[in-house]
Design a protein around this ligand. Structure first.
Ligand code: ZN
Length: 295
């Protein structure tokens, strides 16, 4: 259900805001009207375009499921963190940032991003400054840098309405994603804690539940804890020496193989790879003869 909170509209995504959709947010400033992450659904965004003014498009980060219908607003300036802009300029950079090396998977993923997510390379954009406050006219928005999920991921706090837009720190039971080339586990944890500390009264996330009109409370801890649970499962598995292939093949994160298989295999490997890198860097595992083992 769409919900209007003062000058802020939560636009519920198709399929409950589950991937490949998200929930979008419309900010109706007196001087400037903004759509954040136009990927909630074609019908709703076409209606919005027809009935309301849209002056700018803001993206919380560079992922495809946040810009599926960006092309509807091609006439509007695009605003994003400078750190997350490179993948929007070139599909090859986009694929590189997902760390997809396998040629076949790369080709498959490229077609999906181009055809299902309507990817079009962007020439230029306006950039947010981290922590700046933007006045849209009777509506002030504070830009909160929340790296980790992506290097330039942004959240937005609207103090007048006590609304905090979390973006992809979405408090789902699956937990956070930090499997891209430039994602970071440590920064993800810091960003979750930062968001939790902001004095909001209502929270909007990009997927699933989406709108929280009461403090998510325990969900904050559960969400962060997923990171430690994943780590623990990997450490347990490394009581015996295991190769990266063997660890990824154990489906410790997703629990079991999922379809489409090649995508989930790639996701599992990406998340496991980040944990392995982190555990090795913090001296808790080591590699010996091509296999990892707990220290
Ligand atoms: Zn994302």
């Amino acid at each position: 259900m769409d919900v209007q909170l003062g000058r802020i509209r939560f636009i519920q995504g198709d399929n409950g805001g589950k991937y490949p959709f998200n929930h979008s947010v419309y900010l109706e400033g007196k001087d400037c009207r903004v759509i954040i992450d136009p990927s909630c659904g074609l019908q709703k965004l076409s209606d919005l375009k027809q009935k309301e003014k849209v002056d700018q498009v803001w993206l919380s980060h560079w992922h495809e499921d946040h810009m599926g219908f960006l092309y509807l607003f091609e006439h509007c300036p695009l605003r994003i963190s400078e750190k997350d802009f490179p993948p929007l300029t070139d599909i090859e950079i986009f694929l590189d940032w997902y760390n997809i090396k396998d040629e076949q998977l790369r080709e498959l993923w490229k077609n999906i991003v181009l055809n299902n997510f309507n990817y079009r390379p962007q020439k230029d954009a306006l950039f947010f400054r981290d922590e700046e406050t933007i006045d849209l006219g009777s509506l002030k928005v504070q830009v909160i840098a929340t790296p980790g999920h992506t290097p330039g991921h942004l959240s937005f706090f609207i103090p007048d309405e006590e609304v905090l837009f979390l973006g992809d720190y979405d408090l789902t039971t699956f937990g956070p994603w930090y499997g891209d080339l430039y994602s970071s586990i440590e920064q993800t944890i810091e960003s979750i804690r930062r968001l939790k500390s902001i004095p909001a009264r209502r929270w909007m996330a990009s997927h699933n539940t989406g709108l929280f009109e009461e403090n998510p409370g325990k969900l904050w801890y559960d969400y962060e804890n997923v990171v430690y649970q994943r780590e623990e499962k990997i450490l347990n598995f490394l009581k015996e020496p295991q190769s990266l292939d063997e660890i990824a093949g154990a489906w410790l994160i997703y629990g079991k193989p999922r379809e489409p298989r090649e995508f989930f295999e790639s996701n599992e490997r990406a998340l496991v790879g980040k944990h392995i890198e982190y555990l090795e860097r913090t001296g808790r595992i080591t590699m010996d003869g091509g296999k990892y083992i707990r220290i």
